[in-house]
Design a protein around this ligand. Structure first.
Ligand code: CTP
Length: 396
């Protein structure tokens, strides 16, 4: 997060209250300053001191605390966003009716800032028309909702919505509400590629590379937080599908090219972080190659240069960003790729740093344009993604 944002997390009382701890922690990790207000019922599930330790501020649970007479006005004005998680059926009903009989509902009535709510309740409670009507009322008052999801409830498995969505989804939605209004990527179509591709030599053997996909996934998540409509085309990786991002899975370089070609005309930005295999076997063997057949000679053919092939299909205004990993000639070679692939920016990975590149959590990169080469320090891939998107926003 580039600027510190204040978030008030309102915790109401349900079995999902404990998951609000994770939400607070993740918001803090994302750079937010977090206050917590709990209902009396929430304090029966998780003790306020837990939230105090996580958010670093005292946690208020009552309208009647000495010295905090106007807490409901102050706390409602101070944050940039209020996140209610879990939002129980009872809390939603009271808020929809404008009842302000405890600190959290009083804040929600007096608030001047957006509210994000993550409902959590028994599936029958959620299915009641009165609950839907309460949610509709709150939506009409500007509230945003995330979930509920279908899945296990405290009382057992369920096939109907009721379960609170996972903390990472709540945090992604909260960060999007905080960040999108300040980003020129808001509403833009961003196409990201990630991971390696695989080219089959026979039905069980492949040519590939150790790309983990982390850089592309970090870009997709960061672009979503900035309010973009994000499509992620990814080769095989072990990473979980990012929340809010349309994810398309491919295996070969040709599949990657086709998946991009289908979506390219809508894209305002393309971020090509994938490491497509540069060679394929042309005609892979139909049966498994056998060791007893002795030495084999492979004839490898180059795969299409996907990024280059997008140059004619991209909208004129589309910002194109490529990546380069060079063992020699760094900036000069990266700039040659920038020219030949008609890019606006190329991200040069440092090959010499062991903490950078394939299979690492961090990256050391230089952002290369026609006229500039800005070397960044060793950063997490999330931080590198933020730097790249800051550049893209300037170019848009
Ligand atoms: N790229 C691509 N299609 C390929 C190979 C690479 O679109 N078949 C993209 C990568 O996603 C990256 C950029 O092109 O954004 C540069 O990739 P890199 O592997 O550094 O360069 P190559 O063009 O493959 O050239 P070489 O491997 O010969 O350096």
């Amino acid at each position: 997060m580039t600027t510190v944002r204040r978030v008030l997390v309102g915790v109401s009382g349900g079995i999902a209250s404990y998951k609000a701890c994770s939400v607070v922690r993740r918001l803090k990790e994302a750079g937010a300053d977090v206050d917590v207000v709990m209902t009396a019922a929430a304090a029966e599930f998780v003790r306020p001191v837990t939230f105090e330790a996580l958010c670093g501020h005292s946690v208020t649970t009552s309208l009647w605390e000495r010295g905090r007479a106007l807490a409901h006005i102050d706390l409602g004005r101070k944050p940039n966003l209020i996140v209610v998680c879990p939002a129980t059926a009872n809390l939603l009903a009271r808020a929809a009716q404008g009842i302000a009989d405890d600190l959290l509902t009083a804040i929600l009535l007096a608030r001047e800032v957006p509210v994000l709510a993550a409902p959590a309740m028994n599936d029958n409670m959620f299915a009641q028309p009165v609950t839907s009507a309460n949610i509709d009322t709150l939506r009409a008052n500007g509230w945003t909702f995330v979930g509920p999801a279908v899945g296990s409830l405290a009382e057992g498995p369920s096939e109907r919505p009721g379960r609170m969505v996972e903390p990472e989804e709540i945090v992604a939605e909260a960060l999007r509400l905080l960040r999108a209004p300040h980003s020129s990527l808001s509403g833009k179509h961003v196409l990201v590629t990630a991971g390696p591709t695989r080219e089959y030599l026979d039905p069980v053997r492949v040519i590939t590379n150790p790309s983990s996909g982390r850089m592309g996934f970090a870009l997709a998540c960061a672009a979503y937080e900035r309010g973009a409509q994000v499509t992620l085309v990814t080769g095989p990786t072990q990473l979980p599908t990012p929340y809010g991002v349309e994810t398309v899975k491919v295996v070969t370089t040709c599949q990657l090219r086709d998946a991009i070609a289908e979506r390219l005309t809508r894209a305002d930005v393309i971020l090509m972080a994938a490491a497509p295999s540069d060679y394929s076997a042309g005609e892979p063997a139909g049966d498994k190659l056998k060791r007893e057949d002795g030495t084999i000679t492979l004839r490898l053919e180059p795969t299409p240069d996907v990024l280059k092939s997008t140059a004619e299909l991209r909208q004129e205004t589309c910002i194109a960003v490529g990546f380069a990993l060079e063992t020699t000639g760094g900036v000069e070679r990266a700039r040659a790729k920038l020219e030949s692939k008609q890019l606006d920016l190329i991200v040069l990975n440092s090959e010499s740093d062991p903490k950078s590149g394939f299979e690492t959590e961090t990256n050391k990169v230089t952002l290369v344009t026609k006229s500039e080469a800005a070397e960044l320090p060793l950063l997490s891939k999330q931080q590198v993604a933020e730097n790249i998107l800051d550049r893209v926003e300037k170019l848009l």
